[in-house]
Design a protein around this ligand. Structure first.
Ligand SMILES: [Fe+2]
Length: 249
């Protein structure tokens, strides 16, 4: 019979010798659940890109969709490094979050900025879920000494955090744009500070394709915090504020 100390040590190395259950099984199960979630996210991002109003949001989703495909391939590398079968688990959370995003689409008008704001919020909920999931499996991989897996998973965790910050920047640019358009009393220098700042008075799709509008995936390629400069314009960003509030990550 193992001592309590030995049992703890075995648990953190992967298996409780008394029950044959432990962190290793939890780790692999969680990886399979994340694998499933990433695949669902790829499909959901495609739907959301199709539904988006603006090119900026559409391109942000398409860019992250491709990033997610790379993350799926990285997870397959993780499975191989652990010498376990590549299998999809399940994830009720991602199913629900994807459904929430569909509700945003059905509850907003096509071509409205409100739809894009809602889609960004929905996408950030997915990102926060992924950040929590990857953060957990990075910790488990480190505890059990799976160095390669830990490095691969950390890479994805960093990407997810970066995506979340980019979405925040994008959201704030829309909020600023809208406020700028609706107030109508800001000076030209303020207007010029925001790219694509032409919003129809009713708040629906703005169709400005002039040089002030930043283009496609370059639109939010600046730094992750503070004021950042994109390819053709400057937009403000906060620290870690999401569309709906602040976050502590
Ligand atoms: Fe992801």
């Amino acid at each position: 019979m193992a001592t309590f100390g030995e049992r703890i040590a075995n648990f953190f190395s992967g298996n409780d010798t008394e029950t044959q259950e432990g962190l290793h099984g939890l780790f692999v199960t969680e990886l399979r659940n994340i694998y499933y979630a990433e695949k669902q996210a790829v499909d959901a991002l495609g739907e959301q890109a199709d539904a988006a109003t603006t090119d900026e949001v559409r391109n942000a989703f398409l860019q992250h969709q491709q990033e997610s495909r790379n993350q799926i391939a990285r997870l397959e590398q993780v499975f191989q490094s652990l010498n376990v079968d590549v299998e999809e688990g399940s994830c009720a959370a991602i199913d629900g979050l994807a459904e929430d995003a569909r509700m945003v689409v059905s509850n907003t008008h096509s071509g409205s900025l409100t739809r894009d704001a809602g889609l960004i919020m929905a996408a950030q909920k997915v990102e926060h879920h992924e950040i929590a999931s990857y953060g957990s499996v990075v910790t488990l991989a480190q505890i059990m000494g799976h160095t390669q897996a830990a490095q691969l998973l950390q890479q994805t965790l960093d990407e997810e955090k970066n995506t979340d910050k980019k979405l925040t920047q994008l959201a704030e640019s829309f909020i600023n744009d809208r406020a700028n358009s609706e107030s109508g009393d800001m000076g030209s220098s303020d207007r010029d500070q925001y790219s694509g700042s032409v919003v129809n008075p009713d708040g629906t799709r703005y169709s400005d394709s002039s040089s002030q509008t930043y283009q496609s995936g370059e639109s939010y390629s600046g730094t992750q915090s503070g004021s950042s400069t994109g390819s053709t314009g400057t937009y403000r960003s906060g620290n870690d504020a999401t569309l709906g509030g602040t976050m502590g990550i």
